[in-house]
Design a protein. Sequence first.
Length: 204
Amino acid sequence: ATLIVNILPAIMPLIMWMLVREKVTGRELLGTAIALLGVILLGWEDLQASAETFRGDVSCFISMIFIALYLGLGRKNNDFADLWLYVVPIYGISGVLCLIATAVAGEPLLPANATEWWLLLGLGAIPTVLGHTILNYSIQTMRGQIVSIFNLGQFIFAGILAYFFFTEIPVWSFYIATVFVLIGALVVIMEAPDVAKEEDHAEA
């Protein structure tokens, strides 16, 4: 799952070109290759390919496509007067769809206790309102390949949090992958074209 979902930077150039005609640069290709090498090293030990895992792999791949489309549409819909006019309806629709999916699956519609309520509120406030709003702001002001590569850094924060909260010691591949992703990110952001200038040029 980690390997499949994190190949997002490999599909992002195609999505950005299809939606907003943003072309990937040579430096971005180099940085992407370096970062993806780190992701492959991270997921290699747990890599499995079998009939039992096929459905899950396909689900992860489809999810990765939707993430790329989500980011691409975030750039395409950057003409709102305020970012909140874009993200609030998205979060609202997502919440309704999740509620419908929960009802169809026959799961409880409401948290069972106070702990679950706090967890639900935390998931809504931090990863969604804070995290996704930053993500949407970034994709509107930065190039898509930069955002997709920096998004790979989630596993770094997850590893750090797992160490402090669960005393989990990361495996050796975690450190190597972290170095590769950080180097890839640095390569991509160096001399990155300005998004605003690109859009003005395209409109001209």
